[in-house]
Design a binder for this molecule. Structure first.
Ligand SMILES: Cc1cc2nc3c(=O)[nH]c(=O)nc-3n(C[C@H](O)[C@H](O)[C@H](O)COP(=O)(O)OP(=O)(O)OC[C@H]3O[C@@H](n4cnc5c(N)ncnc54)[C@H](O)[C@@H]3O)c2cc1C
Length: 575
C-alpha cells in the first residue's frame, strides 16, 4: 500500500494566483526607446552593442501611450480589444524567456499569454512537508545563455548547482555501472559495462578505422517523399555504424529514453542530435573523434567570447536549477512583467492576418478567457505553444505546410516522485541517478536521485527519487491511473535501488504528461522546412518552442536569445 502525501493534487495556489487572470490596461511599464540618447539611458549601451535593443520611432510609442490611457478610461466591457507591439503566446521556458528578453531589450509593450492557470508550461515545481520536487524537467545544463538570463532576471543568487562529480549510472543485468566521466575512462578496466570487444569496436569506430563510410548529406527533391524520410538516418543506425551495437544497446538506448523518452530506431539523428551528427562532417576521417576534438576547440573559443560577461562560474558537467525549483524562472519573469503583461487563463483560439495596412496592427489574436472572448492586436506574434496546438491555428490562418506539425508525435510520460527513509536504500544514493536500457525488462525509464542533487530538497533522513515512465515505446502508460503508476515505479525501485524490506514510499507527486516531449522522428526537418516556407507570406509571425529549438531547457532559452533580435529588427523596420 502506497502512502500518498495528499500533496500531489495541491496546485501551489499562492504562487499560481499571484499570476492569475487580471484584466489589463495596456499601459506600457516603460516607454520604448525613442532616441539614441534615451535609448542608452533605458537599456544600457551593452545591450545595444549586442544588437538586442532597437530604438523605436517617437510617434509610435506616443501612439501606444495614448492608446493605453484611452483603454484605462474605458468601461470593462469595452476593454476586450487591446493593441501591443509584441504578443508572446505560451509561458513555458521558451515563451517566458522570450517575453523577458524582449522587455529587457526595451520593448515594454509586450504581452505574454498562457492557457493554463499558472505560468511555466512544463516547468512545475512543488513543495510540501520539507520536500521540494519537480513534476516536469528536473535540471538544466548551465549554458552561458541560461546563466546570463538568470543574472539579468535577478536570479543569480538563486542558482543552485549539483556537484559535477556525481556519477550517473546505467542498470545492466542487476548491476549499476557508473558511466565514464571522460572518453578516456571508456577504455579503462574499471569500466565494466562494455565488454573488451565492445570497447575496441567503439574506439576503432570513433577513430574511423571501421564502420560504414561517411554519409553524403541528403538532397531532398522539391516534393519530398517517404523514401526521403527513410534515408534520414536514425539514431540507432548512426550510433551502431560509428560505435558498434554494444554501445548503442547499453549506453545510447537508455540515454535516448532519458532525454526524449523516445525510440532511437525512429528518431532522426540529424534532427534530434544535430551537434553529434555534425561531427562526422567536421573531421577529415570517417570517425567522429576528430570532429569531436575540433568541436571541443570551437567550444573553448565560444566560452572565451562570454568571458567579458563575467557570468557565474560553473564546473564542467555540473547540472543546475534554482533554489525554489525550475519554475522559479517563469514565476520571476511573471513578476517582472506584472500581471497586466503576463496573462494566465488566456487561451489563443484564432489568429487573423490584417496585412500591412497603415495604422493597423498586422495580427488579430482572439482568446478564450473566463471573462469571455478577449482580442489583442499585435505587430509581432510569437507562438511558443506546442506543435499540436499551433498547427490548427496556423491552418486557420492559411499557413501552408502547417498541417505537417500535427504529425509530430508527443508520447505520454508520467513523472513520479517517491520518498523513502535513507536506510531503505541498498547503498547511499550519492549520484545523479540511473538510466535503464529497454532490454532490461523494467518499465521505468530512469530515476533521478533528486535529494542528492541540491540542498534542502528533502528532510535529512529521507531519499527522494524522481522517476519517468512511459514514452514512445510505452504509450499504453496513459491508460494507467496515478495509483497504478506509483505502484509500478515502487516495484521497479525495489529491483534497482531498494532493500527488499523497504517500507512503503511517501508519494509526493504523480503527474501524467499526456503529450510530453516532441519526437524528432525521421522527416522532422522536412516538416519544419515545409512549414517555414509557408510562413514566408506572414511577416511578423514567429514560431518557437521545443519542437523547433531542441528539447532541452537550454535549447529553448538559446532559441529565445537567438531570435529576439529578429523580432526587434522586424519591429524597427516596420515601425
Ligand atoms: C516530463 C518531462 C521531463 C523533462 N525533463 C527535462 C530535463 O530534465 N532537462 C531538460 O533540459 N529538459 C527536460 N524536458 C524538456 C523541457 O522541459 C521542455 O522541452 C521545455 O520545458 C519546453 O518548453 P516550451 O516553452 O517550449 O513548451 P511548454 O513548456 O510546453 O510551454 C508551452 C505553453 O503553451 C501553453 N499553451 C498551449 N496552447 C496554448 C494556447 N492555445 N494559448 C495559450 N497558451 C497555450 C501551454 O499551456 C504551455 O504552458 C522534460 C520535459 C518533460 C515533459
Amino acid at each position: 500500500m502506497l502512502r500518498w502525501s495528499g500533496s500531489q493534487q495541491v496546485t501551489d495556489r499562492n504562487r499560481a494566483e499571484q499570476h492569475g487572470l487580471v484584466v489589463a490596461f495596456a499601459f506600457p511599464a516603460r516607454a520604448p526607446c525613442h532616441s539614441e540618447a534615451t535609448h542608452e539611458r533605458w537599456t544600457g549601451l551593452a545591450q545595444r552593442e549586442r544588437g538586442l535593443c532597437v530604438p523605436l520611432k517617437a510617434t509610435k510609442w506616443k501612439r501606444d501611450l495614448r492608446h493605453s490611457r484611452k483603454l484605462q478610461m474605458q468601461e470593462p466591457a469595452q476593454r476586450n480589444r487591446e493593441q501591443v507591439q509584441a504578443l508572446v503566446v505560451g509561458s513555458g521556458v521558451t515563451g517566458s524567456s522570450f517575453a523577458f528578453l524582449l522587455q529587457h531589450a526595451g520593448i515594454s509593450d509586450v504581452i505574454c499569454t498562457e492557457a493554463r492557470g499558472e505560468v511555466g508550461g512544463n516547468l512545475i515545481s512543488r513543495s510540501k512537508d520539507g520536500y521540494l520536487w519537480e513534476e516536469g524537467p528536473n535540471t538544466f545544463q548551465p549554458t552561458p545563455v541560461i546563466l546570463k538570463l538568470a543574472r539579468d532576471a535577478g536570479l543569480e543568487s538563486e542558482l543552485v548547482f549539483a556537484d559535477a562529480k556525481l556519477p550517473r549510472y546505467v542498470y545492466w543485468e542487476g548491476v549499476l555501472h557508473a558511466l565514464p566521466s571522460s572518453p578516456a575512462d571508456l577504455i579503462t578496466g574499471r569500466f565494466r559495462l562494455l565488454s573488451n570487444a565492445g570497447k575496441a569496436r567503439a574506439a576503432l569506430g570513433a577513430l574511423g578505422f571501421v564502420g560504414a563510410p561517411k554519409r553524403v548529406a541528403r538532397q531532398a527533391g522539391p516534393e519530398p517523399s517517404e523514401d526521403d524520410d527513410l534515408a534520414d538516418e536514425s539514431v540507432e543506425e548512426f550510433v551502431t555504424r560509428h560505435l558498434g551495437r554494444e554501445v548503442f544497446l547499453k549506453i545510447i538506448d537508455p540515454f535516448v529514453s532519458g532525454v526524449y523518452a523516445g525510440d532511437p530506431s525512429k528518431l532522426s539523428m540529424a534532427a534530434a542530435f544535430k551537434r553529434v551528427y555534425a561531427l562526422e562532417q567536421l573531421g577529415g576521417t570517417r570517425g567522429i573523434l576528430e570532429g569531436a576534438l575540433i568541436r571541443l576547440q570551437q567550444r573553448r573559443r565560444e566560452r572565451q567570447r562570454w568571458a567579458a560577461e563575467n557570468l557565474p562560474k560553473v564546473k564542467a558537467g555540473a547540472l543546475g536549477s534554482f533554489r525554489e525549483g525550475l519554475q522559479q524562472l517563469p514565476l520571476t519573469v511573471a513578476t517582472r512583467l506584472g500581471p497586466e503583461r503576463m496573462r494566465t487563463r488566456y487561451a489563443l483560439r484564432q489568429i487573423e492576418y490584417n496585412g500591412a495596412k497603415r495604422g493597423k496592427r498586422r495580427y488579430t489574436a482572439r482568446f478564450e478567457t473566463p471573462d469571455g472572448e478577449r482580442v489583442i492586436e499585435t505587430d509581432a506574434l510569437i507562438l511558443t505553444i506546442p506543435a499540436h496546438a499551433a498547427s490548427p491555428l496556423l491552418q486557420g490562418l492559411g499557413v501552408s505546410g502547417s498541417e505537417l506539425l500535427q504529425e509530430i508525435d508527443f508520447p505520454p510520460v508520467y513523472s513520479v516522485t517517491l520518498a523513502y527513509p535513507k536506510f531503505a536504500a541498498r547503498f547511499p544514493l550519492n549520484g545523479f541517478g540511473n538510466l535503464i536500457p529497454r532490454s532490461a525488462g523494467i518499465r521505468t525509464l530512469g530515476m533521478v536521485w533528486s535529494s542528492s542533487l541540491f540542498p534542502e530538497r528533502a528532510p535529512p533522513d529521507m531519499n527522494m527519487v524522481l522517476s519517468y515512465i512511459g514514452g514512445a515505446r510505452d504509450p499504453g502508460i496513459r491508460e494507467c491511473t496515478p495509483d497504478e503508476v506509483a505502484a509500478l515505479v515502487d516495484a521497479d525501485m525495489r529491483r534497482v535501488l531498494l532493500r527488499a524490506d523497504a517500507p512503503s514510499p511517501q508519494v509526493l507527486g504523480v503527474r501524467l504528461w499526456p503529450r510530453a516531449i516532441p519526437q524528432y522522428n525521421r522527416g522532422h526537418l522536412r516538416r519544419l522546412e515545409a512549414c517555414n516556407q509557408g510562413l514566408q507570406g506572414f511577416p511578423g509571425l514567429f514560431l518557437g518552442g521545443n519542437y523547433l529549438s531542441g528539447v532541452s531547457f537550454g535549447d529553448c532559452v538559446q532559441w529565445a536569445y537567438d531570435n529576439v533580435p529578429r523580432v526587434l529588427t522586424f519591429l524597427q523596420e516596420t515601425a
